[in-house]
Design a protein around this ligand. Structure first.
Ligand SMILES: Cc1cc2nc3c(=O)[nH]c(=O)nc-3n(C[C@H](O)[C@H](O)[C@H](O)COP(=O)(O)O)c2cc1C
Length: 194
């Protein structure tokens, strides 16, 4: 599985990057998996600047930053979106990036890892509808980090000991999310190859 972990915040001091590092470390334990962190901050996407809906434009000519982003995303066969919750939804920067996508996610699975004061359930609920619009599948299980994720996970992507030893540890939830994503990725990759 070629897994891409997309960082859904570009803010200075963002927590999402550390969450993505935590996810990446766990994902590297999966069999036959390569892991890449795709950081939206490095693509500097302008607000969608195209004359037509990307999915309807057969003569599409995206701006150079978008082209680079789309070429990268096309390489993946499974994705994890690390999303903060902002004002009861996911981030605007992530929505803008998703709006650039035409068919790069089609028939591919996407897992969601959310964080926020209340855990990000509303971000996840909203993303499920949006990702269906991109013809991708969201996996049933998501991972939620409730409270201050910045205090749970350090700059190296390590979950603190207290959170690790909790019987309801996010580490356990993440493992389940990753294993499920691998199953969907293997299943859908085989089906796409037929
Ligand atoms: C503009 C803004 C709005 C927020 N709204 C919510 C919210 O509605 N629900 C929630 O659980 N957390 C909310 N939070 C807290 C963030 O989800 C939390 O700080 C998260 O870790 C931010 O991710 P980031 O540091 O990667 O940008 C909000 C934070 C910001 C900056």
């Amino acid at each position: 599985m070629k897994l891409q972990i997309i960082v859904g915040s570009t803010r200075p001091n963002r927590v999402s990057l550390n969450v993505a590092k935590w996810v990446a470390a766990a994902a590297k334990e999966l069999p036959e998996t390569t892991v890449e962190v795709v950081d939206l901050a490095t693509y500097d996407l302008p607000f969608l600047d195209e004359p037509m809906s990307p999915q309807l434009n057969s003569n599409r000519n995206p701006n150079p930053n978008a082209k680079k982003f789309l070429n990268k995303v096309a390489e993946g066969d499974a994705y994890i979106l690390v999303t903060p919750e902002y004002n009861r939804s996911y981030s605007a920067v992530l929505k803008n990036a998703l709006d650039y996508i035409d068919f790069q996610l089609e028939k591919k699975p996407v897992a969601l890892v959310a964080h926020g004061s209340t855990g990000g359930a509303q971000a996840v609920a909203h993303l499920r509808g949006v990702l269906a619009g991109l013809k991708s599948f969201t996996t049933p299980t998501a991972t939620f980090l409730i409270g201050r994720a910045g205090e749970l996970i350090n700059d190296s992507g390590e979950l603190n000991e207290e959170a690790r030893s909790n019987p309801f540890s996010p580490q356990v939830a993440l493992k389940a999310t990753l294993e499920e994503l691998k199953w969907y990725s293997d299943t859908l990759s085989a089906a796409r190859a037929r």
